[in-house]
Design a protein around this ligand. Structure first.
Ligand code: CAA
Ligand code: FAD
Length: 380
């Protein structure tokens, strides 16, 4: 495979790198401490076109390829994974899902605002009793002719408090199991739609995660995405691409932690020499660099598969599984290279270590990626 990037892809990557250093780095520790949503930064990312990168230009999107998107995700994640998850959800789960499966009226009404950052989106599949086991949806959407009535609770929703539009998955016909599931566009503020308290999290603390409660919420029929019963396929297809974005997030966390550790090893002295001259430290850096390069190739391969209209279920799952393990391993070692300084906030690596963990959990845990991978290779 040719992993050479085009001039345009390199320019987009550099723009994201410059933006992250100039706009995300300054307040990142404070936002993490206070669990503060990066409102200003999200607005600027919208202006730069980072929120609807792959969506159709006729609906305000950038019309860019997935490779450009993962490059941006990596650069943002090196510095602030709370910001990058907002970018990931809006791009891969919300804009891509609507652009690919929504009708013209839905795109006109919702997508045009979501691609520019005028509005933010959320993707609502998980429930208290349906996380990995996503077909066990308890939220119901009962068909009442010209509308559906939505009841139930969604858990762990990224952008839960700050979103304007929510793609909600719900069970319409229980008898039909996953074939009776639908996806709907729900607007914030609709009667009966309540947002639960913000979760107090280990990592990605700048991103707001909430439960959502639906009590007899009336959803117009025109807000259903696709044919009746398409909702579970919609979720799976959307998540397959989303996993490439989270793999890139994991890669970015790993790269960010590695770069900090490398620089630190050049200036910190112990036993009369810079610690990089101790083989134990140099070998850690060698291992980090090697695993990051391997993760990058898996991420780019998955992105290229998607751009080339190849099946990317397998390559996306492999990229997420591997890159999220690399993020965890590299971040832990980066803290070790920093010694005591690694344990305090101003050196950034402790935050990257806390942020790394979520990449093994959301958009399908590592165990779920192994289910996807093993089913795919055994079927073939
Ligand atoms: N594309 C299209 N269809 C797919 C698909 C895919 N990638 N994967 C599964 N399907 C279809 C199957 O073909 C099947 O349909 P048919 O019967 O018509 O063939 C249907 O979906 C059910 O599939 P399975 O029988 O394989 O279902 P399962 O119960 O064994 O579960 C699973 C499969 C892969 C484990 C799935 O439940 C899953 O992905 N679970 C994890 C959920 C998840 O990733 N949640 C993330 C929430 S969003 C999030 O986390 C965002 C964030 O943090 C920022
Ligand atoms: P469970 O499904 O209860 O899993 C518990 C453990 O059992 C895990 O280790 C799991 O891998 C393992 N396990 C479960 N089933 C199997 C099996 N068959 N084989 C082997 N092991 C298994 N969801 C959304 O819909 N939208 C969002 O925006 C969103 N954002 C999130 C943000 C954060 C910060 C967090 C923490 C979660 C978010 N999620 C979101 C939910 C996330 O996708 C789920 O937490 C995840 O899919 C796992 O589900 P669960 O928490 O119910 O764990």
């Amino acid at each position: 495979m040719d992993f050479k990037l085009t001039e345009e892809q390199l320019m987009i990557r550099d723009a994201a790198r410059d933006f992250a250093k100039a706009e995300l780095l300054p307040g990142v520790i404070d936002r993490d401490n206070k669990q503060e949503f990066p409102t200003e930064q999200v607005k600027k990312m919208g202006e730069l076109g980072f929120l609807g990168m792959m969506a159709s230009p006729e609906y305000g999107g950038g019309g860019m390829d997935t490779v450009s998107y993962v490059l941006v995700m990596e650069e943002l994640s090196k510095i602030d994974a709370s910001c990058s998850v907002i970018v990931s959800v809006n791009n891969s789960l919300v804009c891509w899902g609507l652009d690919t499966y929504g009708n013209d009226a839905q795109k006109e009404k919702y997508l045009t605002k979501l691609t520019t950052g005028e509005s933010i989106g959320a993707f609502c599949l998980s429930e208290p009793e349906a996380g990995s086991d996503a077909t066990s949806q308890k939220t119901t959407a009962i068909d009442k002719g010209d509308h559906y009535v939505l009841n139930g609770t969604k858990n762990w929703i990224t952008n839960g408090g700050s979103a304007d539009y929510y793609l909600v998955i719900a069970q319409t016909d229980k008898e039909k199991k996953h074939k009776g599931i639908n996806a709907f566009i729900v607007e914030k503020g609709w009667e009966g739609f309540e947002i639960g308290p913000k979760e107090d999290k280990l990592g990605i603390r700048g991103s707001d995660t909430h439960s959502l409660i639906f009590n007899d919420v009336k959803v117009p029929k025109e807000n259903r995405i696709g044919e009746d019963g398409f909702g579970f396929k919609f979720a799976m297809k959307t998540l397959a691409g989303g996993r490439i974005g989270i793999a890139a997030q994991a890669l970015g966390i790993a790269s960010g932690a590695y770069e900090l550790a490398k620089e630190y090893s050049k200036v910190r002295k112990a036993f009369g020499t810079e610690i990089m001259n101790h083989q134990a430290i140099a070998f850690k850096l060698a291992d980090m660099h090697t695993s990051i390069e391997a993760a990058r190739m898996l991420v780019l391969k998955a992105a290229m598969d998607k751009d080339n209209h190849e099946n990317y279920d397998l390559s996306g799952a492999m990229a997420k599984l591997y890159a999220s393990q690399v993020a965890m391993d590299v971040a832990v070692e980066a803290v070790q290279v920093h010694g005591g300084n690694g344990f305090v906030k101003e050196y950034h690596v402790e935050r990257l270590m806390r942020d790394a963990k979520i990449t093994q959990i959301y958009e399908g845990t590592s165990e779920i990626q192994k289910i996807v991978i093993s089913r795919s290779i055994l079927r073939d």
